[in-house]
Design a binder for this molecule. Sequence first.
Ligand SMILES: [Zn+2]
Length: 323
Amino acid sequence: MVEFAEPKGEKKPEEHSSGNTSPSDADDVNRKPNRKPRHKKRKSENANGTVVDDKDHHASSSKRRNSLSQAARDPRDEPEAEGKKKKRRKRSKDGSKDVEEVPFTRSPTPVIDFDGLSRPTVGTRQRLEESEEDAAKRLEKMRGAVRTILECVGEDPDREGVLATPKRYAEALLYFTKGYQENIKDIVNNAIFHEGHNEMVIVKDIEIFSMCEHHMVPFTGKMHIGYIPNNNVIGISKLPRIAEMFSRRLQVQERLTREVANAIMEVLQPQGVGVVMESSHLCMVMRGVQKTTASTITSCVLGCFENREKTRNEFLSLINLNR
Ligand SMILES: [Zn+2]
């Protein structure tokens, strides 16, 4: 579904990124709290909501500036060390160039790797490149692990009803995590068109099925993606497919939201991107605090969505989050 921008009067959407987060249980304390809306006056808090010392303030605020283009808590996605950066700048000054050197193995943002994979690990590449024989071995190993789990929960793994469960579960889990292997270049497949269109495009209510990386149980919900083209538009079905690529893996909702936004920013280079996701986490619903009606909302706004309050508000009212 495509919606075009139209003037929206003075209607002011409510808070979009922090309001509906429900209390989380002890296991989830290391999850990053949602950001405050950007148009609110900033206090002396950093992005994690903790008060920072004055002497650290500069460092942490520069970290916060980068936080939108970096993934959460994954050391592989940390911005490169200050020292390294400085060295690069020095070298380029010597070469009478004022431009920062771009590392050739990675794209400028850490979301998409040089070959189109996102956040790949050793395991990702093994899984991607394995032979049929290796794939069979992998499945067998997983079957053994699930059989062990069945034993440990007090089941009889040889009971007829659960006899094939290890195999079924292993295959299901591989499906739930198929996003690791997906390649954004294959997904986009050159479906970027020069249309000279510069009005907001929104695809909303994209169904998301992902897995919480802390408990390996599902979280499900809806994602809304909007962007303002820079003359180029992307095939509209590609946005849900990008969301699918990042959701079919072990995730935290905050990172999922940000990765989708960053990936679109990177492949399409629009004027700006906004991604909002609302979802329900089974690890919260079925265990822990057991808040069955709680929904968690996260958002990531980049480019003109970040810089212009009017654009952001237009996006939020078009996705009608405050219904
Ligand atoms: Zn969880």
